[in-house]
Structures are given as C-alpha cells and as structure tokens.
Design a binder for this molecule. Sequence first.
Ligand SMILES: N[C@@H](CCC(=O)N[C@@H](CS)C(=O)NCC(=O)O)C(=O)O
Length: 235
Amino acid sequence: MAALPENPIELYYWPTPNGWKISIMLEECGLPYTVKSVNIGKGDQFSREFLAISPNAKMPAIVDPAGPDGAPISVFESGAILQYLGRKAGKFYPEEERARVEVEQWLFWQMAGLGPIAGQTHHFRIYAPEPIPYAVDRFTNETNRLYGVLDKRLSDRDFLAGDYSIADMATYPWAKMWQRQGQDIAQFPHVQRWLEAISARPAVQRGVAVNAADRKLNDMTDPAVRSVLFGQRAR
Ligand SMILES: N[C@@H](CCC(=O)N[C@@H](CS)C(=O)NCC(=O)O)C(=O)O
C-alpha cells in the first residue's frame, strides 16, 4: 500500500454543492488531502471537535497541518477556503490585483447570491413538508434571475473571471443542479456550454465523486434527519 503523502490537508466534508467546491479545488490543485466525513443528517456538525474548527456548524472546513509558518491552521466557509487554497497552491486565484478583484466579485456573487438563494429554492421545492406557492415562486424566480446574470456574463467569455478560477469552482456545483431549482437550462445556452466544459474536467469529476455514495445515507423524510437539518435554533 502506498504511504500517505506528508501533511495532507484534512477536508471536513459531506457530498453537497458546498462540499464539492473544496473537493474539486483540492483535486484541481493536486494537493494531498484526507476526507473526514461530517454526516450533517446525523448531526456530526455539532460535535465539539467540529465546532472548534467550524463554529457555524456547517461543512466544509479544512485543517492544514502545514499552514503559514508551518503551524496548523483551520478554515471554515467555502469561499474563504477556496481563497486560502488558491493562495497556498498559487493556482486558480490570480495575484495581479485587477484579475484578483474580478475573481473575488464573482466568488462573492456566488457566496452571497446564487448559493443561499438556490439553497432556499431546493428547500421550498423539495424539502418543505407542504407546498408554499409564495416561497416556491419567490426563490425559483430569484434563482432564474441569477441564472440570467450568469448567462449574460458567460455570453462573451469562457469562464466567469478570466481563466478558470475559484469563482467557477464555487458556482459550478450549484448551477449543475438547475433541475432541482426548477430551471430550464435551454433558456441559458452560455451557462449550459460552461457547465459542459467544467463537467468534462477530470479533476471536477474526481471532486464530485468523493464519498458520492454517502448522499443516499440520509432519508430526508425521516423526522430525526429533518429535525437535525431544519429544526435548529441558537444553542
Ligand atoms: N456559507 C457556508 C454554507 C455551508 C453550508 O450551508 N453547508 C451545509 C451543507 S451544503 C451544512 O453543513 N449544513 C448542515 C446544517 O445546516 O446543519 C459555506 O459556503 O461554507
């Protein structure tokens, strides 16, 4: 058996769009990593060990044993993790200020816009116990508006911000789930072309395949799972 490379990054992970952002980036950069499974349907995100790394009780998070100055560092929030890994690897996150600002705008557009809105769209279209038409329409429409912004942006360029970057890696895992968000990809031909190009990347395929079978482990109709995921208040 091959020995593990030295100092692998620990990836706290469950196979969801936010988790895929980081498994894709680690694969793209060729950084050695090990996966620490965080079963969010069982409540692993509330363990004392995990909260010390990710106080918001959400995955993904990483621990890099060889952080700045050689000391360990932990990072939570997928956008911050992508920026950290981009700086560490010197890949997919340009150093030149104008190019970096371009990437950051689209990274934050995903983090503050597409991700949270599409997440609510999934919730009200798939997980809500009864249909609430106002919520379904509100979030499906806003998701549609965001896809329109994405399509326009991609109409005259291959990727969101210059070369393929962490902005694309943040946005791809959410946009690839357009069906669950009640969208018709034919309305967004540039997004479709971009999705196909990114899906064809071997590192992306490896990233999305990490622990893929775990997606079936949680029964989203199980009241215990629903209470863990949808019933939390301040602790
Ligand atoms: N803004 C956070 C969101 C992370 C997030 O929402 N993770 C979800 C899975 S996709 C999670 O851990 N959910 C567990 C819970 O809600 O208790 C990020 O981008 O890292």
